[in-house]
Design a protein around this ligand. Sequence first.
Ligand code: BES
Ligand code: MG
Ligand code: ZN
Length: 493
Amino acid sequence: MTLKIVFQKPSQHKTLCLGVYEEHHFPLPTQTWDKNLNGFIKDSLKSSKFAGKLNQFLPLFTSKDQQIILIGLGKKTDQNERQWQLIGSSLLNALTASPNGEGAVEIHSLKDQDDAQVNANLALGALLKSWRFEKYFTKKLPEELFSIKKITFCTSTPDASEKVFKPLSQLAEGVFLTRTVVTEPANVMTPESLAKIAESLKKEGIKVDILGEKELKKLGLNALLGVGQGSNKESKLAVMRWEGGPKKEAPIAFIGKGVTFDSGGISIKPATNMEDMKYDMSGAGVVIGLMKNLALRKAKVNVVGVAGLVENMPSGSAQRPGDVVTSMSGQTIEVINTDAEGRLVLADALWYTQEKFKPKLMVDLATLTGAIIICLGNERAGLFTPDEGLRNKLSKAGEKVGELLWPFPLDDAYDKEINSDIADMKNSVTGRGAGSITAAKFLQRFTNNIPWAHLDIAGVSWTQKELPLCAKGATAFGVRLLDRFIADNYESK
Ligand code: BES
Ligand code: MG
Ligand code: ZN
């Protein structure tokens, strides 16, 4: 169940959260405020360890039918859009004991702040953090008894807040679609069912084409098809177009790796943690969620989303190590390791995209290498691009939304590593060094020199721990980043 968000003028509420800055400044007053409480709150502040820090809260029972909860707002100087989202997410913790699963919040922004922005971003933070995937539980969860169902944001500008919140709630819908498809297990989220979800975006006004194996064979996407040939599920390419910009303007293209399960194929993975490989379609999931968000908020831009959808399985018909395939670009690839399958899928998806749509730029997203987790852990995604402008725009967008990137080099010297003795290139190198970079260099050979960036999201697509704006599990890392990347750089105002 999704959290209900309401914006309202200040009024009496059973459970009311009040914000307090670290400087102990507590920004009341409202018309409905009982002035007698001011002294009580000041005393409570003095006699507790509550210091107004972010994520701190202090429940105060003021009377039998009203509870006030002081919530930390952090330092006054730290306030920005992201900080308000973090405070918003902390409301869920502060309100866990609310008797009816509801709570109200009143936070008076400082003089130079836009009250509607503050309240809308508080709401977005709470909403993003509240998302859960509960589909497969057949019994009621104990924590559900405590879960918050509705938050009312008390503001002097409810209409303006609502207006700012609208596109943010649409962004959350995109994020939730991504989290849902990534969380679904691989027996449910097959190439075909993921293609169906892409297709369902038609009702939002997106043009969708799903190419099956016959069409892909005809077009020559043999690198992609080789990965899926061991699976009894049909490989697909989902092509989504949102045309919200000027008619003749070249689109921006996003390409996602959609390996619905990566067993490694004949180069099979060890059993430990293999179940994680259901999220090897996160790149495709992000592209699908992003497209939904762009359509919902009617973004003024032309965008193409392409998802390469395959399942990588071992079987009698599976691709073997040593096989040579001819990609759509005509370049031949020796498949050294069937577990380095993502680059094979993306090679054809990238080539197809640039040939078919002549985009002004391409960004691909892929859970491409384990090596990126060795480099960056789960904190940042790897950013690979030869284009300085793109590097800056993507990094900046990431910082604004708190989805951080880190740039890697793409020197020609790394490129030589992927030359093969029998074909134009091989899909895996002998040494263990620079695995994420050599993977990116492989992709680069399929970009046809169109401005391109690659995001290796293997370490950030799934979280084992609670994050500020995300419960454990699928994060949808990339949806908010790319939404911002588009809004700040490519949308006509
Ligand atoms: N899907 C994996 C990468 C991955 C690892 C994603 C962990 C998420 C979490 C990818 O297909 C893969 O298997 N890469 C190999 C490449 C190697 C065989 C060159 C890897 O990283 O070990
Ligand atoms: Mg693999
Ligand atoms: Zn993979």
